[in-house]
Ligand binder design. Structure first.
Ligand code: SAH
Length: 211
């Protein structure tokens, strides 16, 4: 019964929040209809898990609004064969979405308790193509570079150079850049001799804490 209710809520989320705002990649829409977002939030918040907003996940962090997760995911154009680096595991929801669409996801979270919690739920859900690390994600994951795609889920004052270095040629990175109140969600494409920059929208993420 409860599963059916959440299934219906997911269908509504996909139509009313994603399709209506222009998310049109069928694979992206399919995984948003499948991944149980309510399991990534505190039981007391589960009834709001499919709402059109971020939610607190403890330690002053948030699970991002579904539309923003979808927009970031779609912009990476994943086709199941990519190595993806994610900075800011948080609840692990975005990690699950990426793991459905890529070959392997390397995810880094600064706060060990969030990293542990995300790992537990993702393992319980059966994901076997995710590697976890606790630490400063602004340094990337040099041992596993280069990455075909990088997703940063916390706002940086400027693009951390190690992340650009660890992006493969032809690779895409999506990252919110700006100060605490005004940020742009940037999509970068790394070419041999240039860097394409596209401003996707204004956004508001928690800050990327750099040591
Ligand atoms: N995609 C996540 C969003 C989490 S919020 C979700 O939907 O649940 C951003 C996360 O980035 C927070 O958990 C925060 O602790 C983490 N973070 C901030 N600075 C970081 C850093 N330098 N390295 C790794 N993680 C960082």
């Amino acid at each position: 019964m409860e599963e059916q209710r959440y299934h219906r809520q997911r269908e509504c989320m996909v139509q009313n929040q994603l399709v209506s705002r222009g998310i049109d990649d069928p694979q992206v829409l399919e995984v948003f209809g499948k991944v149980p977002r309510h399991l990534f939030v505190d039981p007391s918040q589960q009834h709001m898990a499919y709402g059109d907003h971020p939610l607190p996940i403890g330690l002053e962090q948030t699970i991002s609004q579904p539309y923003i997760v979808a927009l970031m995911t779609q912009s990476l154009k994943l086709e199941k064969h990519e190595k993806v680096l994610e900075i800011g595991t948080g609840s692990g929801y975005q990690t699950a979405i990426l793991a459905e669409l890529a070959e392997h996801v390397y995810t880094v979270e600064r706060l060990p308790s969030l990293a542990d919690q995300a790992k537990e739920i993702l393992e319980e859900l059966g994901y076997r193509n995710i590697s976890f690390a606790a630490g400063d994600g602004a340094r990337g994951w040099p041992d596993e570079a280069p990455f075909d795609a990088i997703l940063v889920a916390a706002a940086a004052k400027s693009i951390p150079p190690p992340l650009l270095e660890q992006l493969a040629f032809g690779g895409r990175m999506v990252i919110p850049v700006g100060d605490i109140s005004v940020q742009s969600l940037l999509l970068l494409t790394k070419r041999e001799d240039s860097l394409d920059k596209q401003d996707l929208c204004g956004c508001r993420f928690v800050p990327l804490i750099q040591e």
